[in-house]
Design a protein around this ligand. Sequence first.
Ligand code: ADP
Length: 475
Amino acid sequence: MKMIRRILIATRGEIAVRIIRACQELGIETIQVYSEADRNSLPVELASCSICIGPARAAESYLKASALISAALTKKADAIHPGYGFLAENAEFAELCRQHNLCFIGPQPDVIRLMGDKITARKLAGKLGIPLVPGSKDPVSDVGEALAIAREIGYPVLLKAAAGGGGRGMRVASNDGEIKRAFENAQAEAVVAFGDGSLYVEKYLGEVRHVEIQVLGDGNEVVHFGERDCSIQRRHQKLIEESPSPAITGDIRALMADAAVRLARHVGYQSAGTVEFIFDEKTNQFYFIEMNTRIQVEHPVTEMVTGVDLVKEQIRIATGESLRIRQEDIKFKGHAIECRINADDPENNFIPQPGFITRYIVPGGPGIRVDTHAYQGYTVPRYYDSMIAKVIAWGRCREESLARMRRALDEFKISGLTTNIDFHRSLLKHQRFIDGNYHTQFVEKQLPRFQKEVARKVDNILFAKKSRQDTLPAR
Ligand code: ADP
């Protein structure tokens, strides 16, 4: 058993705040690293102590393993929590931590490596009898090979980067004519983003849902925490997540969870992780797509329906503790939904909107949780991800959590920069969303409608008027 008294937090933003909170409750000291652009950030304010690790550019700070390790050694940390993004799924970094006698809060480096390569992960899942999307067994080395596989499985196909993440290095091709360009674009993007241009081919299943299973393993035992439906996406990036999924039945849930647990158990998984599937409602069939070996952005949705603090459990497991929760003790209560609030402009192709926040009024009240690192007077730097907050709503049923989310989005007031709050508001009142009848293409297909609504800001004006009225209308 390893004693963890002091954790270095090798990430930034809301997840850094989230980890600090977990550490404080566990009586663990925190060291927050920061780049020159994050000197005045909330995690720096909240941590027990902080240390500058380099200039604003992530490549010279949050992605610089040597800077993080020396910060940890200088400050005498016992462990490093990587959060998500940056080096969270970098096996070499996890190994480097071990070499310096620092506990990496995540799974074993070999498991990160295995799952980080989506082709080897696919192979393993296939070997365990978990359904896979039809596609290539091995990387495709050139366009000719991709073409042969596409003809065999049938168009449309999706070219995917083996090292992929965040929806990058992925291109759809609908016919022979499109495959060359798709191959070149996917490969070029993968080289820039991951330094690895290996691609594989999958059948592109158009209108599907993204459903994922949260797991927690201690190296021996694995438990699951049900699913999250993350089908509300734009450019393969999640915008809204909810649990339980409005689309799957108890039978499918059980089969999916069983597949996720079997995969995690097979590799002796030790940490929090997520096994991702796509689900085809037309055939009632699900397919494995990948496993993420880290805590995910959307983990609060699961925390709200199960009452389990996943980050605290993740830290406990890293000390060598066994799981304290048995599968039969995990109870699911009500419904939760999360909206990712980004500083970007939905009317202008979602261009990031960094800048100074002049007003920041955060929602609250029954069933609402807000995870954010922003505050009034904070400047959102232009160097990183544009997500500034997550609003999570819980209700006894989906209807109640949606009503609470709408109320929370109305309460959330941010001035000084443009956000996607109005976009979320129009999404949440769309009848198809209300009915739970949506898929991963839904946002892209309805985009012009949402953008038009955002432009009109109908609700905003109504809300502003209503809230400023001195008298209520006669009844
Ligand atoms: P990343 O690791 O970049 O997030 P994923 O493999 O998790 O990539 O896929 C991201 C999203 O792309 C999924 O949530 C889904 O919307 C879509 N997707 C992935 N594979 C397929 C497929 N074979 N058919 C249809 N959509 C897919």
